[in-house]
Design a binder for this molecule. Sequence first.
Ligand code: NAD
Ligand code: UGA
Length: 459
Amino acid sequence: MTFEKHILCIGAGYVGGPTMAMIACRCPRYRVTVVDVNREKIDQWNSDELPIYEPGLDEIVRAVRGKNLFFSTDIPKAIEENDIIFVSVNTPTKNYGVGAGMAADLQFWEKTAREILKYSKSPKIVIEKSTLPVKTALAMERILNSNHHGIAFDVLSNPEFLAEGTAVRDLTSPDRVLIGSEETERGLRARDILVEIYANWVPRERILTSNIWSSELSKLVSNAFLAQRISSINAISALCEKTDADITEVSRAVGTDSRIGPKFLNSSVGFGGSCFKKDILNLVYLCRHYGLNEVADYWEGVLKINDYQQDRFVLTMIDAMFNTLSGKKICVWGFAFKADTGDTRESPAIRITKRLVEENALVIVSDPKALKNARADLCGLEDRVSFVEDPMEAVKGCHALCVLTEWDLYRHQDFEAVYASMAKPSFLFDGRNILDHGKCFRIGFNVYPIGKPPMTHFQ
Ligand code: NAD
Ligand code: UGA
């Protein structure tokens, strides 16, 4: 079969895998290849057990893999054969040299640009899918156009807005697809080719086009705004706990204003995930680079509140449990940074578990999908931390139970049985406000939600 377009994605991670599976699924006339330097990951993409857990993804991959979706480690061949190349490599926070702890580490991205340059024998459209600092496309263009073979490269920005756990839904029906290009005749022609790909399933009015710098910056700003809402509501949760107001009621009252809207106003132990923190740090770094220190301070506040919320959670535990956790068994339900994913990157559970261990507590971690990652995150603490998948088994004999991920399965446990199996007095710290607090209190728990008055049996 001859395909209409040959599309490549470099980087087979949380973004590259699902986005390319969606393109292959919606565009049977295109041939889509995904490559990665990580052979194990590619083997997993080619197996029955995909490297990431995403509801609905297995079905899509199974339907198109081997037909018009291919996973490979042969990067040179893939670059040579394809003319539309998405780059979806990781862009973590730099942990060395200038900008350490703040700036984006662009080494993987730059290596990819150089590989594209090295193996290209024909013109290519290169699409930034990774989240990058504004103005990165300029560097990409300078590297690519340093070739002496007269090969033309067009660089587009097409940031990804999917969230983990809902990737398939987000890709099927995105709020918007954003495509930034140079506003030259060539740039606009390349942009139209990408618009045409998405228009196979995304309504035209949801495909936004812009200049390339607006597109790069909009991605950072979208994540910053989302994280800011969580830090805003979490900051107010601290005030609720001091004033007997209830954060759920405040959130509803505020979110009902149609100008504000109800989403992303769930108070929690704080946001995690691979991107919010890294992208805000990146934004802060950019602002400081341009001498905008007040703007940088403003966004840095979002991260400070997020750390504060996690530390506050542990301080509440210590305070409630008679000022000592030493030798006490504490069960953690949920280690993933959010429900419906096995991803634990920047999960609040990491910081909280480590703080509990510092207090000499014995921590039992339970999670339906994230225990493999949890073991890696807590490597070296095995004498203080154990891992038990079954939540009922995990909580047995514990002095306290903390809910750190909003997995649906935790709502439906038998709390009479949980209570009966725990040491007394039993403490329940609901870091996601997902449980029926009144019911748990009536069963006998001392209940500490986020942003609501605690319910205790102590006089
Ligand atoms: P990831 O770590 O899951 O995947 C990146 C992949 O790139 C890895 O498998 C790595 O081996 C591969 N890679 C690195 N260098 C390579 C090279 N030179 N050649 C081939 N492969 C290479 O990362 P991710 O979560 O998919 O994120 C990718 C980008 O997308 C980041 O910039 C991130 O900020 C952004 N993003 C992520 C999400 C998300 O939900 N995870 C959502 C939107 C945007
Ligand atoms: C986020 C954005 O939602 C995506 O649009 C973006 O593409 C992605 O980052 C990215 O660039 O990587 P993700 O991190 O996968 O997606 O998950 P979210 O649903 O945004 O949740 C992030 C964190 O915020 C989680 O820890 C979640 O539990 C927490 N959260 C979310 C709250 O504490 N309260 C809320 O009301 C919502």
